[in-house]
Design a protein. Structure first.
Length: 257
């Protein structure tokens, strides 16, 4: 159809707002385009999509993602607030100034739950805008969160070991996790302007500082910006999916690439 119109792949890209690699993979039969991608291509080529039997992923596929995005967003808000209580109480605990272990334990449990839901919401986001690197990074962080916070709770309930015995290793693990997540966001190109690239840079910088241990406190500054950006990214994704039942053609390149 493109050749019949006398169009090059680059000219078709300008008409339908996809990228060249996406067009190449569709024409080569390497991918099965989603419905909104097909519509964008047909509109650009002046053809009708009615009665075409094509193996596309239906738009309602994305509707099931929205509740998880909302859950992730609101859990992320709660986690964002609780995390600073968690950090300050950890410091007090290691300095020997914190005596109320019950409150500390409740904060730990709350952070474990809310951060896990926040991460899972971001994982669901990658089903709308596929990104293998980011998805793997999020799963790694989810597992690390479960492991380390469970160890924290055990340490509070027993006298066999304390948080300071493994705190450096814990910081290093989370530092690597945030850096990995930052690298994942960098894999998005042309998505929501340059916001993913900014998020990626913040995630990597905060990850490096936290991993270094000595720069962990300074790492809280880019980390705060990174997590606020993630919350904004979830809201933006909810808006995009909720408005059109699926990401619009601007993001087809990201889905297929």
């Amino acid at each position: 159809m493109r050749k019949a119109k006398g169009l090059t792949q680059e000219e078709l890209v300008e008409l339908c707002n996809l990228n060249v690699r996406t067009i190449q993979r569709i024409e080569a039969g390497e991918v099965t385009p989603r419905s909104y991608t097909v519509k964008a291509l047909f509109e650009a080529l002046g053809a009708k999509v009615e009665n075409m039997e094509m193996g596309v992923i239906p738009d309602n596929h994305f509707k099931s993602v929205v509740p998880w995005l909302y859950t992730g967003f609101f859990a992320g808000l709660i986690y964002f607030l609780l995390s600073y209580f968690d950090i300050s109480m950890e410091i007090e605990w290691m300095e020997g100034n914190l005596t109320n272990t019950m409150n500390f334990g409740l904060v730990k449990v709350s952070v474990l739950i809310t951060f896990s839901l926040f991460l899972f919401g971001l994982i669901k986001m990658t089903s709308a805008f596929p990104n293998k690197i980011l998805k793997i990074a999020l799963w790694v962080m989810l597992i690390a969160n479960g492991v380390w916070y469970s160890i924290d709770l055990i340490s509070l309930a027993t006298s066999s070991f304390t948080i300071e015995d493994y705190y450096i290793i814990k910081l290093g693990t989370f530092g690597l996790g945030y850096g990995f997540m930052g690298a994942g966001f960098l894999c998005y190109k042309g998505l929501w302007s340059n916001v993913p690239q900014i998020l990626g840079a913040l995630g990597i910088v905060s990850g490096i500082l936290i991993f270094s241990v000595v720069g962990a406190l300074f790492g809280l500054i880019p980390l705060t910006m990174f997590e606020i950006g993630e919350l904004g990214f979830l809201l933006w994704t909810i808006n995009k999916i909720g408005r059109s039942s699926s990401p619009d053609s601007t993001f087809s390149a990201q889905v297929s690439a």
